[in-house]
Write a protein that binds this ligand. Structure first.
Ligand code: GDD
Ligand code: GTP
Length: 404
């Protein structure tokens, strides 16, 4: 059997995702209508012999209770939250919960970073591990540009897929093959982990990226599995919009029932939660996700955007390249617009840039517009390339600003 662990991290993480991570843990941020990590779970559940999924992190367990309850009704695989008392790193928690994770002798354990997205070849990785008896761990890799590769785990691989070197976030270029933050481990790895760390029986923090993988590479027990399918990080809100577009595209093949074709005028891929109400004259799409309880008035135009649950978009408002936070309202004829961000299509293997909020001369980098939760935009105002913190009433127009 196979088990799986999703590393959800904790509240100190996900700072680049603010203000959207102020309301709920980043791993639960809705993309294409479902929480980010539900996409991981959905893909893992395609594995026929998956017996268990664990969410491992240092958020208080209550934050995941409702999500886990929801998943129970959707998936046949049991899901459990394992709580670290504080950050134990990417591998420390796995050691702490060794007894639970290795119970019933799984032949492989997937470990997935929560903050990635993609069309993950999990079934192919299981097959590959079977054909690599000397590999203790398979690490999913993809191609990046030379410039971008240094922001990831860099992996040097021989012609048989054996990892020769692993360097996390190197200071100078090492390899265009980068780690996707998705691993398939054999149970034997836990012996390696416990050798590293058990200090009077107390587990301290331990990282695959700096403590384990470089050593495994030097003894040849780490193997790479390369993918050319869609993969990206989800560190920023711009990345969430990018992921939204791709998960909607995957719905076309895997969950066509989630894509909407009736109600409003629909262009391209659009998800509308069944509890949302959309006026038939509104025009939505492409790449739009509408959360539960949202109300959309006549003549509204939405494109390349995520509208979170319980928002109200009044008549003829226009939402382009934006994320609209929980319970926000946008008045009639108001316009909320951002600047699209996508990987450079002219550079092969380019990934989404995690651009800093401000550029070198201190000005805001134009990006999507984000309304935090409970923001109210008055009628006829224009909010352009701005980040708005929760609970703001905007009765004027704003451009290229962070509204605190
Ligand atoms: N349970 C737990 N405990 N999870 C953690 C902890 C911890 O103490 N610290 C981080 N995580 C989780 C995060 O939630 C995230 O899902 C994952 O571990 C990795 O997070 P980071 O440590 O922030 O690393 P990164 O995202 O910058 O880089 C990692 O991912 C890249 C791919 O996206 C590295 O593994 C890189 O090598 C890799 O290329
Ligand atoms: P890009 O290819 O992303 O540059 O889009 P575009 O050149 O088609 O135009 P833009 O992004 O400005 O607008 C996207 C869609 O929204 C178009 O279909 C427009 O017709 C529509 N649109 C733009 N502004 C408004 C508006 O103020 N009200 C309404 N109802 N629709 C608008």
């Amino acid at each position: 059997s196979v088990k799986s662990v999703i590393l959800v991290g904790g509240a100190q993480k996900g700072t680049r995702f603010r203000p959207l991570s102020l309301q709920s843990p980043k791993p639960l941020f809705p993309i294409a209508g479902v929480p980010l990590i539900e996409h991981h779970i959905d893909q893992l559940c395609q594995l026929p012999n998956l017996t268990e999924i664990y969410l491992l992190g240092f958020y208080p367990a209550e934050e995941f209770t409702n999500f886990i309850k929801d998943c129970k009704s959707k998936f046949n695989v049991p899901i459990q939250y394992l709580e670290e008392s504080g950050s134990l790193g990417t591998a420390g928690g796995l050691l702490k919960f060794e007894n639970i994770l290795l119970q019933n002798n799984p032949k492989g354990i997937f470990v997935l970073n929560a903050d990635v997205c993609g069309d993950l070849p999990v079934a192919e990785m299981v097959v590959e591990l079977d054909s690599q008896p000397h590999a203790q761990c398979l690490i999913l890799t993809t191609e990046a540009t030379r410039e971008q590769s240094i922001n990831f785990g860099s992996v040097v691989v021989d012609e048989n897929g054996k990892v020769l070197h692993y360097v996390d976030k190197p200071t100078t270029f090492v390899s265009t093959h980068i780690s996707c933050g998705i691993y398939l481990l054999r149970p034997e790895i836990w012996k390696v982990l416990s050798k590293e760390i058990r200090n009077g029986g107390i587990v301290q923090s331990l990282w695959f990226e700096s403590d384990i993988f470089p050593k495994m590479a030097s003894i040849g027990s780490l193997h790479a599995f390369h993918t050319t399918r869609w993969w990206s990080q989800t560190k920023t809100a711009a990345a969430a919009l990018y992921a939204n577009r791709h998960y909607l595209r995957l719905y076309r093949e895997r969950h066509p029932e989630r894509l909407c074709s009736k109600g409003a005028k629909i262009e391209g891929d659009v998800f509308i939660d069944p509890s949302a109400t959309v006026h038939p004259t509104a025009v939505l799409g492409p790449n739009v996700s509408i959360g539960g309880g949202v109300r959309i008035g006549a003549g509204v135009r939405i494109r390349e955007s995520i509208v979170l649950p319980d928002c109200i978009l009044e008549e003829h408002s226009c939402i382009l390249h934006s994320v609209i936070g929980w319970r926000s309202t946008v008045g009639t004829w108001a316009r909320v617009e951002g600047t699209p961000i996508a990987p450079n299509p002219n550079i092969p293997f380019a990934k989404l840039d995690n651009k800093p909020l401000f550029n070198a001369d201190g000005r805001l980098n134009p990006s999507l517009t984000i309304l935090g939760s409970d923001v109210h935009v008055s009628n006829e105002q224009i909010i352009l390339n701005s980040v708005v913190l929760p609970y703001k009433d905007l009765s004027a127009s704003y451009k290229n600003q962070i509204i605190l």
